[in-house]
Design a protein around this ligand. Structure first.
Ligand code: COA
Length: 172
């Protein structure tokens, strides 16, 4: 899959919310209000992954590119924030059909780079203790389990807090 990471645009919101609904159980998925709240927090940013191969196939299939080229489909996104205590990954979601193709890794790396540029020296995130694939994914990216927070999600599911030090380049 050929994908590219770009900044969030307002018109993406509904699509991202639907992806979040599909990625998580109802007790974990955000309402539109919650998602908008996290995306608008001071220091927060959202990056989007779009599947460029889907678009290329469409254009090739028609033989010629028409004037009204559709937008490539969004296959994932990450919401992160930088604050006084460092960087924080709020959520990272990849549609089921696009998983294990490197999209999540590319989103996470892009978010970490942006957090580093914003001055963060470490990143933290929370993930449900029963989300084995996310835990594997974060460990693969160098995150360590720092602690468990009981009842973090709706007072029902415990969370692992995972952290990672970001490499700071030495000041020249
Ligand atoms: C977690 C998630 C973002 C990973 O996205 P992805 O695009 O599939 O991740 P990548 O393809 O970049 O995977 C990189 C590595 O992470 C690990 N990994 C990812 N998904 C995994 C899975 N289901 N089982 C085991 N390891 C997994 C693997 O080591 C993988 O490398 P490999 O495919 O070469 O073995 C995606 O599964 C997702 O959106 N899940 C639902 C939402 C979610 O749980 N988000 C995390 C919120 S806390």
């Amino acid at each position: 899959m050929a994908f590219r990471i770009r900044k969030f645009e307002k018109s993406d919101f509904e699509t991202l919310w639907r992806i979040d609904q599909a990625c998580f159980d109802p007790q974990l998925a955000y309402s539109q209000r919650e998602m908008a709240f996290y995306m608008r927090r001071p220091g927060a940013f959202t990056l989007v992954a779009e599947d460029e191969s889907a678009l290329q196939n469409k254009v090739r299939g028609n033989g010629v590119a028409t004037a009204a080229i559709p937008s490539p489909p969004v296959v994932g996104f990450v919401v992160a924030e930088s604050g006084r205590s460092g960087g924080h990954i709020i959520t990272i979601d990849v549609i089921a059909a696009a998983r294990r193709a490197g999209v999540g890794s590319a989103l996470l790396r892009a978010a970490e780079e942006q957090l580093l540029r914003a001055g963060a020296s470490a990143v933290a995130l929370e993930t449900p203790v029963n989300n084995a694939s996310a835990i594997r994914f974060y460990k693969r990216h160098g995150y360590y389990v720092e602690k468990t927070v009981t009842g973090y999600y709706s007072n029902q599911i415990d969370a692992l807090v995972m952290t990672k030090e970001l490499a700071q380049s030495p000041v020249a």
